[in-house]
Design a protein around this ligand. Structure first.
Ligand code: ZN
Length: 438
């Protein structure tokens, strides 16, 4: 038995909405009614005031996620500030349930998603596109969603309750097949950003803050999320680069939103970028001794095992968000592309060396500060690209630096100076050319 607010609609796992079934209070009983509406209202207000770019006043706010292991079934209950109309899909490799929602501002720490219970192995949530949120539930075994309800609580909160039940592997596969087309459509998304304004004479720098939205990146002990750290750093770097007026500076994301890896590359190419700098602060849990700033350039052969592991994990970001990457290949252009790629690789290496030199003494460098690995995000064949690990969230000493404003100021200043140095020949040429022009 499920309860739903009169007029609330509920969707089936194929994504079609239907009227909810009649009364019952099971969903409401899943979470103690201890979170008065005032909390939701305050959170919605704070989100709107403190983060005007990433949250809107009208956003639905999610403040709690509870798992209830009820034997044969597992209930998943989200406490929200307003009713939502979810769409639910089953996907495989690995077995997951994806719940698509309208834009929801998740005020639930990402680390809470690591909790397991019943049929749920782990969860992640966040914005999948600027106007859409997604919850990805990693399953402990094949299971399908047998019921979805949206119900109103007395204090004004709304509970989104999903009921999961274990099924046989063949039944799960059948559900995946049924959902496949609708899921593919749901995972298409509009371009991350408006087409960049036409390039001007200045070199174009694209700053790429890693992760975001449904993909928090690494999560440090204590709950600090990589996606937040690198966005703050990128915004500071953009300010510094823009101050000089010498560069056209663009970012692949400016808010806490998911951006697929291939789209980050596509954005840099469309912007005709002269340099692409992807900013990260990952964790290498198998090697907590690895610390310090590292600059990576692209290579099919990783320079060492840790770099290979890191690239593999970075490259899985899209799949973890439930986004299927389709790599288009244009065979005809392969030779030209290879030639361009070779030249680009040379520039990427020069910049990596310049950056490592520039950061020496400002940041604590990794013992091998320039490494290589096959990162998807570095694959633009015509844009010199580097991925900077500012430090590692698996290293306690690095966390202290990464969260310090003073360090951020120094490190972005040094990075800006390195970018200036890299473009000095080109900017110098232009200055000379301007001097002799009539
Ligand atoms: Zn990362």
């Amino acid at each position: 038995m499920r309860v739903a607010r009169p007029g609330a609609r509920v969707c089936t796992s194929a994504g079609a909405f239907r009227e909810p079934r009649a009364s019952g209070v099971r969903a409401a009983a899943c979470v103690p009614a201890i979170l008065p509406m005032v909390v939701l209202a305050v959170l919605a207000f704070c989100a709107a005031v403190l983060a005007p770019v990433s949250a809107r006043a009208a956003d639905v706010v999610a403040i709690a996620a509870a798992i209830e292991d009820a034997g044969a079934e597992t209930l998943l209950v989200f406490t929200l500030s307003a009713p939502v109309e979810p769409r639910v899909f089953a996907i495989d490799r690995p077995e997951r349930i994806v719940v698509d929602l309208p834009r929801v501002n998740f005020q639930i720490p990402a680390e809470e998603g690591a909790r397991a219970g019943g049929l749920v192995a782990s969860m992640r949530w966040g914005l999948f596109a600027p106007d859409r949120a997604r919850v990805v539930i990693a399953l402990a075994g094949p299971a399908t969603v047998t019921d979805v309800t949206v119900s109103a609580r007395d204090d004004g909160a709304h509970l989104l309750t999903l009921t999961l039940a274990a099924v046989r592997t063949d039944a799960f596969a059948a559900r995946v097949a049924t959902d496949a087309d609708a899921f593919r459509m749901a995972s298409l998304r509009p371009a991350i950003a408006p087409e960049p304004a036409p390039a001007d004479a200045r070199p174009t720098i694209v700053i790429d803050p890693g992760h975001g939205g449904i993909d928090p990146g690494a999560i440090a002990a204590g709950g600090v999320e990589e996606a937040d750290i690198v966005l703050a750093f990128a915004i500071r770097l953009r300010e510094r680069l823009a101050e000089s007026g010498r560069f056209r500076v663009l970012m692949t994301r400016e808010t806490d939103v998911f951006v697929p890896l291939t789209e980050r590359v596509g954005f840099a190419r469309r912007a005709q970028a002269d340099l692409f700098v992807s900013i990260h602060a990952d964790s290498i849990s198998s090697a907590p001794q690895v610390s310090g700033l590292t600059v990576y350039t692209n290579s099919d052969e990783a320079s060492d095992r840790e770099s290979a592991t890191l690239a593999a994990r970075e490259n899985s970001a899209d799949a973890l968000a439930g986004f299927e990457t389709q790599e288009a290949r244009d065979e005809v252009a392969d030779i030209l592309r290879d030639l361009a790629a070779r030249e680009t690789r040379g520039y990427s290496h020069v910049f990596a060396t310049t950056l490592v030199d520039g950061m020496d003494g400002v940041a604590r460098l990794n013992k091998n500060p320039h490494r290589q690995a096959g990162f998807v995000v570095l694959r633009a064949h015509d844009v010199p690209s580097v991925l900077v690990e500012l430090g590692y969230l698996s290293s306690r000493s690095d966390i202290a630096l990464l969260t310090s404003q003073e360090w951020k100021d120094r490190a972005t200043a040094a990075m800006t100076a390195s970018i200036d140095r890299f473009f000095a020949p080109r900017l110098g040429d232009r200055a000379d050319a301007a001097a002799v022009s009539p």
